[in-house]
Ligand binder design. Structure first.
Ligand SMILES: [Zn+2]
Length: 299
């Protein structure tokens, strides 16, 4: 089975222990709508050609992201798990740019004309130099065409928050999400990450979720933790979606969870515990909490 490499999150720093508060009341949910900007990094192609992906594909990807986060009936994001729910978190392409001018929420940057001096370093250290909107007001998503398919699906920066497993210091530069172009939105290439779920997974990281097995894989059960109570503990990614193995404590493993690494067609679940954790981040993280107040989109 193909091994997914480099769906990496940045360095995890442990902060003091604190439980998520009750920000999620299913009877009176507060709806968070968060602005995103998509920076398409290409190498001179016409719009809609190859890695300079079309506006339709980008819009379709944001819709798919919303279907997953809102657990929309009749979409791939639908599930009937008693552990899951609608997160009441959704996303919208920005409508005004940092200067206050109207925008599609999409920028297009020719990498060859704007190439930074040192591209040997990880992309996070220079991608933002090509395009970076104020992270207090936008979720920056770089759609990068410099990788081959399956080479590196994506990564995201974790937020700062008073929760186990998250960072203590704010990410000064390059806060956002990178998605390999070949795995952004619906892809026609031969890959199991072909339905836009890479962004769902990385957005989970961006809002404070770890993988279901925690910080790193382990040979032993219970060595690591994702700090979410209703994701039954496992030692590493589970790649098969047809047979559900047992977790470390004898429960069905959370195979279909978006924070597992599974082929796109099999993912469909955030648990209520994960939803609470993301909503806690949106209420409390120094940078993330500004996103719900950003006036760059109509609400
Ligand atoms: Zn990941």
């Amino acid at each position: 089975m193909e091994k997914y490499l480099s769906l990496a999150v940045f360095i995890l720093l442990f902060s003091c222990s604190k439980d998520e508060d009750e920000t999620f009341d299913p009877n009176e949910p507060k709806l968070y709508t968060l602005p995103v900007v998509v920076h398409v990094i290409h190498s001179g192609q016409a719009i809609g050609d190859s890695i300079n992906i079309s506006e339709d594909r980008i819009k379709e990807q944001i819709e798919s992201l919303n279907n997953d986060f809102r657990r929309k009936t009749g979409t791939l994001g639908e599930n009937n798990s008693a552990l899951s729910d609608d997160s009441y978190i959704q996303f919208k392409l920005a409508e005004s740019d940092p200067d206050g001018n109207p925008t599609t929420g999409i920028t297009r940057i020719n990498f060859l004309k704007n190439k930074p001096n040192n591209t040997d370093d990880i992309q996070a250290n220079w991608l933002y130099k090509l395009g970076y909107w104020d992270p207090e007001n936008y979720i920056n998503i770089w759609v990068y065409g410099g990788f081959r398919p399956k080479e590196n699906l994506g990564y995201a920066t974790l937020p700062t928050a008073d929760l186990d497993g998250l960072r203590e210091e704010i990410q000064v530069n390059s806060d956002g999400i990178m998605i390999n172009t070949h795995h952004f939105g619906k892809s026609t290439i031969d890959t199991e990450a072909n339905l836009g779920r890479t962004l769902t997974h990385e957005m989970g990281h961006f809002l404070g979720l770890l993988h279901i097995w925690g910080k790193e894989e382990s040979e032993h059960c219970m060595d690591f933790d994702d700090f979410v109570e209703d994701t039954s503990p496992v030692t590493g990614p589970i790649f098969e979606c047809d047979e559900i193995p047992l977790s470390c404590i004898g429960e069905p493993a959370p195979v279909k969870n978006y924070m597992n690494l599974l082929k796109d067609e099999c993912m469909n679940t955030f648990t209520q515990g994960q939803i609470k954790r993301m909503r806690f981040v949106l209420e409390n993280s120094p940078r993330r909490k500004n996103l719900m107040h950003s006036n760059t989109i109509s609400r």
